[in-house]
Design a protein around this ligand. Structure first.
Ligand code: HEM
Length: 208
């Protein structure tokens, strides 16, 4: 849902997603009849996948994040955390960190994910062309990382890919007047265990 609002808020990004769907032969309402979305398409829709990552970076659905108990005294960023403490890792804090994502960390810019290149495989990080001095993350922190990360992440990603590709290729979407502007909808989002849009998301849906 956050992705749809962000696309309403950023028409140029929406336009790029629509062009990608059109080039892939998936868009309805064109001269050439569209084909059905397949499993193989999901990995090929590079820009749509960048939009999904960028949405999860700024609006992580599981906003409560990751919690761990320290087994021994542990030093984190120079601070000693005694054994037995509960440490919370907030995806919102990690993913808008300017040291990782640069000065525009708070901006919705899916293109940042297009320049991600693998560096030394053993380090588990990647570098992007516009972030030379930091080891940036290959994925947003939304699904957590390490041996206890989200076991449902592949399914969740696939659901987002299929939902967005299907909706955007079949329909033109507009926010319903009762929702106000995209900015108002984004500022109404509340952080609970998961993100919540208190009024839901009412949209005007026009078949292509
Ligand atoms: C956008 C959707 C989703 C997000 C953002 C998300 C995020 C997360 C996060 C942050 C954790 C905590 C990991 C940790 O403590 O390090 C988690 C755990 C988990 N998630 Fe998800 N999740 C999503 C969808 C799903 C789905 C669809 C399923 C199941 C089909 C699922 C199943 C689980 C399970 C079983 C765990 C516990 C893993 C463990 O403790 O070993 N999640 N998820």
């Amino acid at each position: 849902m956050a992705a749809l609002v962000l696309l309403m808020r950023h028409p140029s990004v929406l336009n790029k997603v629509e062009t990608e769907l059109k080039d892939a032969g998936l868009m309805h309402g064109c001269e050439i009849p569209p084909r059905a979305l397949t499993w193989a398409d999901l990995g090929q829709l590079t820009y749509l996948n960048a939009v999904i990552k960028e949405t999860l970076r700024l609006w992580p659905s599981a906003s409560l994040g990751t919690w761990r108990r320290t087994h021994r005294d542990t030093k984190i960023c120079g601070y000693v955390v005694p054994a037995g403490c509960t440490v919370g890792l907030c995806p919102c804090a990690v993913d808008i960190n300017k040291a990782v994502y640069g000065e525009d960390a708070e901006e919705f810019r899916p293109d940042r994910w297009l320049s991600v290149q693998a560096c030394e495989p053993e380090c588990g990080h990647t570098k992007t062309s516009d972030m030379h001095n930091v080891k940036s993350l290959k994925e947003p922190f939304a699904f957590s990382m390490g041996p206890r990360d989200c076991v449902g992440q592949s399914l969740a990603r696939m659901e987002m890919q299929v939902f967005l590709a299907t909706m955007l290729s079949h329909f033109q979407l507009h926010l319903a007047p009762r929702m106000g502007s995209p900015e108002e909808v984004l500022s109404s989002i509340r952080y609970h265990i998961t993100l919540c849009m208190p009024q839901g998301l009412w949209m005007k849906v026009v078949p292509r």
